[in-house]
Design a protein around this ligand. Structure first.
Ligand SMILES: C[S@@+](CC[C@H](N)C(=O)[O-])C[C@H]1O[C@@H](n2cnc3c(N)ncnc32)[C@H](O)[C@@H]1O
Length: 362
């Protein structure tokens, strides 16, 4: 049994069954035993690979996107660039290298990183040693540090790690799915017999879903997007969210655990497997619009990256390093193909109304 499973079982014995969101948030973020708190999960020897780890081209294009947003803002003397969940710091390192081609922006930038993981923060500090970057535990601390300065926020594969509640439609109405223990002290799903106030968050299109349907709700994500929208409306700027998920509200259980590049049972090794849920882009967009922000996308990652010039960048890199051409085109494929990251991953941007946001015109 993992240390985190042990801890969660004690919590359930003491407090009763817990929400799926609590299970997820402890599995990922428990200060001692949480998945992200103790390890570097990326790459061949780890559990999964993300777009910036697939190729430098991803971060470079995001860097150019930041430069284009800065230009659309009128090239302000100061720009705060915040990244949520920077992982190994690879995206930011590649983005800053691309941004160096725009010296005025390079010197205008203050870089802020938000990550809860001490283990990953140490890796980020090495990757971004010369950048003068600041680190924060929470978005609100980074936004407070940004003050009134125009701000660009980027988040790649961050929102899928934010906890989701699961609600199931029953004859008695929507009920919350909980995690409890069976007679042999194994984790099991069960249903809360009481109604839940979370049902008020179910998108209108789903309230009459067929009996047995599962709806996932992430109040943590909605709060964060609300905060982002209010901030960019107040100070100017934009936020870019790239993640895997659905463009339309939908039903279904998308909670998944990944370990060693394969799926595992979510109850098998909590704290030692990554736990994610698909991002509900439609609801994030609705929340941002309710705050008065303009929303761009969600757009499939392949379209977004090609609009930013991915193919051209791959051609250039392959021409400069012909010995790496096969690897470069394999990365291009991985980022854009339908059977890889091209369509499941999507990009969504939030900005002040009236601003032109690069990459979303197709
Ligand atoms: C899947 S990784 C993505 C890393 C990186 N963006 C990339 O694309 O390679 C998720 C990152 O978000 C951080 N993270 C997850 N949940 C968080 C939370 N609630 N608050 C702050 N950081 C969090 C993790 O520590 C990790 O750095």
């Amino acid at each position: 049994m993992t240390a985190l499973a042990n801890h969660l079982k004690q919590v359930i014995r003491r407090e009763g069954a817990i929400s799926v969101a609590r299970f997820m948030s402890e599995a990922l973020g428990h200060p001692e035993h949480g998945y992200y708190m103790t390890r570097d999960p990326f790459g061949a020897g780890g559990d999964f690979i993300t777009a910036p780890e697939v190729s430098q081209m991803f971060g470079e294009l995001i860097g150019l996107w930041v430069a284009a947003v800065w230009q659309a803002l009128g090239g302000p003397k100061k720009l705060v660039l915040i990244e949520l969940g920077p992982g190994r710091g690879t995206l930011m390192a590649d983005a800053l290298r691309a941004i160096k081609t725009v010296p005025r922006l390079s010197s205008a930038l203050d870089v802020h990183l938000v990550d809860m993981s001490p283990a990953l923060r140490a890796i980020q500090q090495r990757a971004l040693a010369q950048t003068g970057a600041f680190w924060h535990q929470r978005l609100e601390d980074a936004l407070a540090a940004a003050g009134d300065t125009p701000t660009v926020v980027i988040a790649n594969e961050f929102f899928d790690a934010l906890p989701v509640h699961q609600l199931i439609r029953t004859e008695e109405g929507w009920r919350q799915r909980l995690v409890g223990l069976d007679a042999e002290e194994r984790f099991v799903f069960m249903l809360d017999s009481n109604p839940t106030g979370l049902a008020a968050l179910i998108p209108p299109a789903l309230t009459d879903a067929p009996m047995g349907s599962v709806v996932e709700l992430s109040p943590a994500s909605l709060n964060l997007v609300g905060e982002l929208a209010r901030h960019v409306l107040r100070v100017g700027g934009a936020a870019l969210i790239i993640d895997y998920g659905h463009s339309m509200p939908g039903v279904g259980d998308t909670l998944q655990a990944v370990k060693g590049h394969g799926y595992v049972d979510i109850f098998e090794t909590p704290g030692e497997a990554d736990l994610t849920a698909h991002v509900d882009f439609a609801t994030l967009a609705t929340v941002a619009r309710q705050q008065g922000a303009a929303v761009f996308g969600p757009l499939e990652q392949r379209r977004f990256l090609e609009a930013l010039g991915l193919r051209l960048r791959a051609e250039r890199l392959a021409a400069v390093s012909p010995q790496r051409a096969t690897e470069i085109w394999a990365a291009h494929r991985r980022l854009t193909a339908e059977d890889a990251m091209g369509t499941l991953f999507k990009a969504l941007a939030i900005a002040r109304p009236g601003m032109a946001i690069p990459g979303f015109s197709t």
